[in-house]
Design a binder for this molecule. Structure first.
Ligand code: COA
Length: 334
């Protein structure tokens, strides 16, 4: 991707709430078994918030780590882009709440709605402001409190999701710096919208006693339709991105996929010819945290010593919408 100014990731922060919801807990809540959940999804536990804790609370913790690590003042941040499907409220945006809590006086911002692809969409949106020279320091955040929109009586969805947040700082790179964001592909296929959605609470079906009684403010999902689309598109988008950059899966140091289902990840990785030791899978620990999965996976890679400055990283996602994203970059943070 040609641009006058390179955009690079210079810091990463992640946060999950301490409370755990394990497969054993879910066995007591719905008709399921830990074995079924692990075999079908790879998930063993998820972190979920205590009552009253919102998406902005998780995001603020992740961003504080970034400011501390990078040693910069909140006032140096010029814009904040938040990917989330569970904003604290419909408005003001979560970006406004985070701006205020962090003390980023002078920063502007907004939320991006792209479900499980929201972190990659926020990342690329934020990077454009840096590439054009409009800003020098922009925060891109992926954060969700999925437990706020999950029906814990529906075994098909409640076993999948967890809460969590992650953020990166994107800065303008020096002209000779090779560790920059390289290329991306984003696609949507809106015809898949009814396969994964929250039917009520928007302008089409505003909240009413009836919508609440019918449990329409929860995630509704056709699991198999989502599964099939995700398996196909995660690999397809990644392959196209690699090909047009003259690369194959074997050239990638680290594959960081959206953590929706272990089987989806392994199928995509197999098609890309990606050896298992180059794939980050932490779904067992966190479940699907929607916009949080990719930054949390980057965090796991860093903790395991598997993510170093200069590594060629491929990230990929598929989410409700349907939304598809794939990003290729050289990791720029220490
Ligand atoms: N425990 C036990 N049985 C369950 C269950 C659970 N938690 N959830 C569903 N089942 C049952 C179903 O009722 C069905 O029973 P039946 O055959 O008697 O009708 C059976 O298991 C198979 O259901 P199916 O939906 O075919 O299972 P699956 O193998 O497709 O797995 C998902 C279900 C949801 C795990 C899987 O489809 C999936 O991961 N889809 C993608 C979801 C996703 O990633 N969403 C986020 C978007 S990024």
């Amino acid at each position: 991707m040609k641009s006058l100014i390179g955009a690079k990731i210079t810091a990463l922060g992640t946060y999950v709430p301490p409370k755990l919801l394990t497969n054993a807990d879910l066995e007591k809540m719905v008709d399921t078994t830990s074995q079924w959940i692990t075999e079908r999804t790879g998930i063993k536990q998820r972190h979920i918030v205590e009552k009253g804790v919102a998406t902005s609370d998780l995001a603020v913790e992740a961003c504080k780590q970034i400011l501390e690590k990078r040693g910069i003042a909140p006032t140096e941040i010029e814009a904040i882009v938040v990917g989330t499907v569970t904003p604290d409220m419909l408005f003001p945006s979560t970006a406004c709440l985070i701006q205020d809590r962090l003390g980023c006086k002078g920063a502007w911002g907004f939320d991006v709605s792209a479900a499980c692809s929201a972190f990659l969409y926020a990342l690329q949106t934020a990077a454009q402001f840096v590439r054009t020279g409009a800003h020098k320091k922009v925060l891109a955040i992926g954060a969700d409190v999925m437990s706020s929109i999950i029906n814990y009586e529906d075994r098909a969805t409640c076993i999948i999701f967890g809460d969590g947040a992650g953020a990166v700082l994107i800065e303008a790179a020096d002209p000779e710096d090779p560790n920059i964001m390289l290329d991306f592909i984003h696609e949507v296929d809106g015809s898949g919208g009814c396969s994964l959605y929250m039917p009520a609470g928007g302008s089409k079906r505003p909240a009413s006693h009836e919508t609440v009684d019918k449990k329409m403010h929860y995630v509704h999902q056709d699991g198999q339709a989502v599964f099939k689309y995700a398996v196909k598109k995660m690999a397809e988008a990644s392959e196209t991105l690699l090909k047009r950059n003259g690369l194959t899966g074997k050239d990638i140091d680290l594959f960081v996929p959206h953590q929706a289902n272990r089987r989806i990840i392994m199928s995509a990785a197999e098609r890309l010819g990606m050896p298992e030791e180059r794939i980050i899978i932490n779904i067992g620990e966190y479940g699907n945290t929607t916009a949080g999965t990719i930054p949390l996976a980057l965090g796991s890679a860093r903790e395991q010593g598997r993510l170093k400055k200069g590594d060629l990283v491929l990230m990929a996602s598929v989410g409700a919408g349907f939304t598809v994203g794939a990003t290729l970059l050289k990791w720029g943070a220490d």
